[in-house]
Design a protein around this ligand. Structure first.
Ligand SMILES: [Fe+2]
Ligand SMILES: [Fe+2]
Length: 330
């Protein structure tokens, strides 16, 4: 039985022997395949079926981006740009989030009886570990100070921890897509920097696509009583996340560890990243547009994460257009 560290640090393939794009055209083609995927299966598929599982696992394997963290070409930035990056309050929590995500996913892989799904989630854990390496490389390159990381403990309830990580990623990615676009538009990040970081954003889109389909597949295959128990757990995860996000849980996270800082970095980051005042409706609409754009290339028969986009769509309908314009500003 592999250890958790072996699960999140080892891919079935050798990354060093995977073919690397040899020209700009090949790089463009590879980027296209990371973002566009259609199953070879034809017709409609039943959610929860063998075909559904096969489809989502294939999507995850075949849209893999083989970049190596040490080959990330971080662009040269001006002194002001570096200072702006250094002042963002997100780096510690971002590194620790990736550290926890890789461990929680690897822990859940150990419990999974289905080899295909276990392989897909193990690959997800490996990609989280790669994100952590990319972030480590980025902070080193731009001289961003980091707090020392707390020890990462194996979760006692792996399914609970996987659900906490999965649902958190769904919300963080939804807002993250909008913030990333906002920072690009406002010039907070240079074009070169956003282009270098872009593969990580798209990877989070694939991660939540995998999570939403695992969730749908898992739900569909549970016998009635287990399903009821599972839905109660999902509800408890949501209550936990709401309490965590509104800052009521300041001293405890999913494993009872002390949280050192604001877990809600997607929201606190908004005020830092925007160049001009944006209303909450405009920001949410941007998140929705970016969310649709990032998912648009993947097979329509796969389930999409729904809760964050649905809540945002309602908020856009209900909120006055200019509401909060002065809350989100640079
Ligand atoms: Fe990640
Ligand atoms: Fe992720």
């Amino acid at each position: 039985m592999p250890t958790l560290e072996e699960i999140y640090t080892q891919l079935p393939e050798d990354l060093h022997t995977l073919p690397k794009p040899k020209s700009d055209k090949e790089l463009e083609e590879m980027n296209y395949h990371v973002r566009h995927w259609m199953s070879s299966l034809s017709g409609s598929i039943k959610i929860g079926s063998k075909e559904h599982k096969q489809m989502v696992c294939e999507m995850f394997r075949e849209t893999f981006n083989p970049y190596r963290p040490t080959f990330m070409a971080w662009p040269k930035l001006s002194k002001e740009e570096i200072e702006r990056l250094q002042s963002l309050p997100i780096w510690d929590i971002a590194v620790q989030t990736e550290g926890k995500a890789r461990l929680r996913m690897a822990a859940y892989v150990k419990e999974l009886l289905d080899p295909e799904m276990a392989d897909a989630i193990a690959r997800n854990a490996w990609e989280e570990n790669r994100h952590k390496e990319v972030l480590a490389d980025l902070v080193k390159f731009y001289g961003i100070p980091l707090a020392s990381e707390p020890p990462y403990h194996e979760p006692k309830d792996a399914e609970w921890a996987y659900l906490v990580t999965g649902f958190s990623e769904c919300w963080d990615s939804f807002f993250g897509f909008g913030l990333f676009a906002l920072a690009e538009k406002s010039g907070f990040f240079s074009k070169e920097l956003t282009e270098t970081f872009e593969p990580i954003m798209q990877e989070e889109c694939r991660h939540i696509l995998l999570f939403a389909n695992w969730l749908a597949w898992h739900r569909a295959n549970l016998p009635f009583l287990q399903r009821v128990k599972f839905e109660a757990k999902v509800l408890a995860v949501y209550v936990f996340l709401i309490y965590e996000r509104i800052g009521l849980i300041e001293t405890m996270d999913a494993e009872g560890e002390t949280q050192y800082q604001d877990a809600n970095f997607t929201i606190s980051g908004a005020t830092e990243l925007t160049g001009k005042p944006t209303s909450i409706s405009e920001f949410l609409q941007l998140c929705l547009d970016e969310n649709d754009r990032r998912f648009s290339g993947y097979d329509r028969r796969l389930v999409r994460p729904k809760i964050a986009p649905t809540v945002a769509r309602w908020a856009v309908k209900i909120l006055p257009k200019d509401f909060g314009r002065n809350l989100i500003k640079g």
